[in-house]
Design a protein around this ligand. Sequence first.
Ligand SMILES: [Zn+2]
Length: 320
Amino acid sequence: MAEVVHKTIPLALPLPWQEDLWQGFIERIDQGRLAHGLMLTGSAGIGIERLGMALAQRLLCTAELSKYACGSCKGCQLMVAGNHPDFSVLEPAEEGKAILIPAVRALMDKLSKTAQQGGWKVVLISPAENMNNNAANALLKSLEEPQAKTLWILLSYRPSLVSATIRSRCQVQNLPLPDTATATRWLAEVSGDQERAQQTLEIAGGRPLLALEYLQGDSLESRHSFETLIDRVRQGDMSPLDAAQQCQKLGSDQMLDWFMNYLHRLATGELQNNPNPALFDFSDKLRKARGWVLSGSNINGQLLWEELFMDWLQVFRQRR
Ligand SMILES: [Zn+2]
């Protein structure tokens, strides 16, 4: 039996670009109209996890009439300490792995006992697309037979991979990319980096939490090194084989994102008036490669990158 580890959780508040949605949730809670299954969908890096946690904490907060979780009542203290008995998280044992049926069964067992604090029970599933078929089927029964004051929050970055039956039992709320002004303001404030906020947000494809990761970590530097590789291969300065070897040090799906972003900038910038049709074919190849990597198939990274870089070289060779 695995040891139960309590992780402390910071008090979560919705992000500035989620305020309208938040207000809607609060109204529905107050009016007792909240769906019992809620699926929050959107790109990674825009904060759907944050919204899910904020909602869980707000429901388990016992303070009267507060818009956000108060942070000081017993419910909030239990949440922040990471051991609220009426809050459960269903997630893969390891990032990127599947959520399996034993985990769902353990959760059902826990839920069959009444809410220990006499209020809401909240289950957060993250990400929902990681449930395998058996796990999803086991869960379906609970979604079909709603229990009073129990909220299921399902997070999904790729909702098309969640079974249609599960989706149909939930109220699906898609979160779009935040507007640039709000996101830039937030990023500058949180990172304390006024100068690079806007540019980094752009590099992160408008996803502010990803941009924050770039600003706080060494990702920006890694990305710069990666783009240097792309340039060198393109100019015939480095062989696809050597470039592929360099790539082994970085995580593939992130680099594929960077590569696509680079193509986009190339097509809308430097090559705007001189389009290169081979670029579109190459972009398709990148998308396919990304699909393989995300599907969790066992991929030989060296081979994948060698092939991609050889194709990349061809994109510019064909023009001469
Ligand atoms: Zn509270």
